[in-house]
Write a protein that binds this ligand. Structure first.
Ligand SMILES: Nc1ncnc2c1ncn2[C@@H]1O[C@H](COP(=O)(O)OP(=O)(O)OP(=O)(O)O)[C@@H](O)[C@H]1O
Ligand SMILES: O=P(O)(O)OC[C@H]1O[C@H](OP(=O)(O)OP(=O)(O)O)[C@H](O)[C@@H]1O
Ligand SMILES: [Mg+2]
Length: 283
């Protein structure tokens, strides 16, 4: 049986359960239990602190984990990341009090920096030839400058509202992060095969999340142009309509180019365009 670590509670918890569920794997949500087994897949789930997961992976206590990429950079550079998951996107940045001017990183030389991610900060500053006085705290980092604990902070930023509320401004991004799947170096051959099955399902879910199914009607004399715009998985399906001289086209489009494609389709004679979600996409 494959063992996975999921965050017990916090930013990653709900979306981690959701992606497993969409991959057809049913598990308890870990509110009362720290350990559970999937009812329909050979998977054991341990609910753990995000910060403890790199060590559990290294020791082989768990075979794989859903974890923030930033934590792999902080504590698990030796661990293998096999899949990005597209949620819990954030960045790790340097911030200073809003009213202070900032010319460049040299200003941090010898200064006090509060952070939960000391290795990340140390490595980043060393690369830039700067030495600072790091003060490690495990939470509420943004409060440090206002209570005289530090001159600057390094922490996670997403919307920026925590910085704003604490009178801080982001001056330098160090890295970008999202949820990822990391794998233990000690995973067995048998469990690696189960992992491959799980990854295949998760990739189908991720692909479907960024794709839409499109149906539209078009006059036959415009079909060639519309087929050029709508490439599809292989090529679009074309079916005749009951109305003479018209066809229905079915295809798949990517969310990133979605609105441009729709505008182009309309400009080239497409009518009655329907867009539907796709549940899974197996390529
Ligand atoms: N505001 C945010 N927006 C998006 N992603 C975030 C945000 N804050 C944290 N994350 C991501 O989610 C991960 C977990 O963050 P969270 O604050 O829930 O737990 P934690 O305090 O790092 O860990 P622990 O589970 O050990 O208490 C982080 O490592 C980061 O990758
Ligand atoms: O830019 P924002 O959208 O404001 O998000 C950033 C905040 O989110 C995280 O904290 P979280 O809410 O997870 O609380 P925590 O300190 O308990 O982990 C992070 O540590 C920042 O404080
Ligand atoms: Mg947090």
């Amino acid at each position: 049986m494959l063992t996975i670590a999921i965050q017990k509670s916090g930013r990653l918890h709900d979306d981690s359960i959701k992606i497993l569920k969409e991959a057809g794997i049913y598990i308890d949500n870990g509110k009362d239990q720290l350990k559970t087994t999937a009812s329909n897949f050979p998977l054991e789930v341990l609910y753990l602190r995000n910060g403890d997961i790199p060590q559990y992976l290294r020791d082989g206590v768990v075979d794989m984990a859903i974890i923030g990429e930033n934590l792999i950079i902080e504590k698990g550079e030796d661990l293998e990341v096999v899949q990005k998951l597209g949620f819990s996107k954030c960045r790790v940045s340097i911030a200073i009090p809003k009213e202070r001017e900032f010319q460049g990183l040299e200003e941090l030389q010898g200064k006090k920096i509060a952070t939960s991610y000391p290795n990340t900060v140390k490595n980043y500053l060393a690369e830039k030839g700067i030495t600072a006085d790091l003060h490690q705290i495990s939470g509420s980092v943004e409060i440090a400058p206002s209570i005289g604990l530090a001159d600057a902070i390094v922490d996670i930023v997403s919307s920026g509202s925590t910085l704003f509320k604490n009178n801080l401004k982001e001056v330098q991004q160090i890295l970008k992060s999202e949820a990822v799947i990391a794998v233990s170096p000690k995973i067995s051959t048998e469990n690696n095969q189960i992992l491959d099955k799980l990854l295949f399902r998760i990739q189908s879910v991720l692909k479907a999340r960024t794709s839409k199914y499109v149906l539209l009607n078009a006059p036959n004399d415009k079909l060639n142009k519309i087929i050029e715009i709508l490439p599809g998985m292989k090529s679009p399906t074309v079916l005749p309509l009951a109305k003479e001289g018209w066809s229905s086209l079915h295809s798949v489009i990517n969310e990133e180019t979605f609105w441009e494609v729709i505008d182009e389709l309309k400009a080239n004679g497409a009518e009655g365009i329907l867009i539907c979600p796709i549940e899974k996409m197996v390529l």
